[in-house]
Design a protein around this ligand. Structure first.
Ligand code: CAA
Length: 240
């Protein structure tokens, strides 16, 4: 039987490429989204992948949504915690709301997504937890104290989960994408974006599919002994 995969933020950007690649690799895929109904409907129409709407920042919503996915598709074997937002501002201008929104979505959202799925993975003695972190969690970023804190936190989550899950057949790994050609990066002012691209030895933005291919590998049985690791995919912008 096909394994089931859940991808949060899975209808747009890097998440959409991950959902599509997992489906192509034979998984039953559920993709979540937070608010853009139009994009989600278009995504389902184009790919046949079912989308579910909930706010990953809310534990009860996440738990109920996950129960619904498992009722529809079966127990979740692979969870990709990908949903994330930016609220960029230099620190002296960053509001407590900008801090909290990003922490709630990008960091607490990972807890809310993985926690309800974890007991079932332990019982079934198989699981793949893949968290999409960021190069900016590794190196920090001007105007991203909030975002960098969450993406660095993701690395602590997977390193801890890896130790807890290892004997239960569960692996937990992170991918740190560099700057990828998505709406999130295109929202950076053009001049700033150009100066960032100039710092990438590859001389270009990454493509969402380049991250999706890492996810498919980490989800597979071939990655069994890779646990608690961080895969950097950033065109040589940064080494950690
Ligand atoms: N490094 C150093 N200085 C920078 C800078 C940087 N990366 N970015 C901006 N600055 C400077 C500006 O040149 C400006 O300097 P001056 O005042 O001397 O001209 C100052 O910082 C900005 O001051 P402003 O008051 O104009 O700032 P603002 O309140 O308008 O904020 C900004 C602008 C939000 C910082 C905007 O420049 C921006 O969005 N920067 C990009 C931040 C970024 O890289 N975000 C990553 C998004 S993609 C992502 O997050 C995905 C991923 O995982 C990789």
């Amino acid at each position: 039987m096909a394994r089931t995969a859940l991808v949060t933020g899975g209808s747009r950007g890097i998440g959409a490429a991950i959902s599509t690649a997992l489906k192509a690799a034979g998984y039953s895929v559920a993709a979540t989204y937070a608010g853009n109904d139009e994009a989600a409907a278009k995504f389902t129409e184009e790919t046949g992948i079912k989308t579910y709407k909930w706010n990953v920042a809310d534990y009860d919503e996440s738990k109920a949504g996950i129960s619904q996915v498992e009722a529809d598709l079966g127990p979740i074997d692979v969870v990709v915690a990908n949903a994330g937002i930016t609220r960029d501002a230099p620190f002296h201008k960053m509001s407590p709301e900008q801090w909290k929104e990003v922490i709630d979505t990008n960091l607490t959202g990972v807890f809310n997504t993985v926690h309800p799925i974890w007991p079932g993975m332990r019982e079934r003695k198989f699981g793949r937890v893949i968290v999409i972190s960021s190069v900016n969690g590794q190196k920090g970023q001007f105007a991203q104290v909030n975002y960098a804190a969450t993406k660095a936190g993701d690395l602590g989550i997977v390193k801890s989960l890896a130790q807890e899950g290892a004997r239960a057949g569960i692996t937990a790994n992170a991918i740190c994408p560099g700057y990828i050609g998505t709406d999130m990066v295109m929202a950076v002012p053009e001049k700033v974006r150009e100066s960032i691209i100039a710092q990438i030895p590859a001389g270009r933005l990454g493509q969402p599919e380049e991250i999706a291919r890492c996810v498919v590998f980490l989800a597979s049985d071939d990655s069994d002994f890779i646990n608690g690791s961080t895969i950097s995919a950033n065109g040589a912008q940064f080494f950690s």
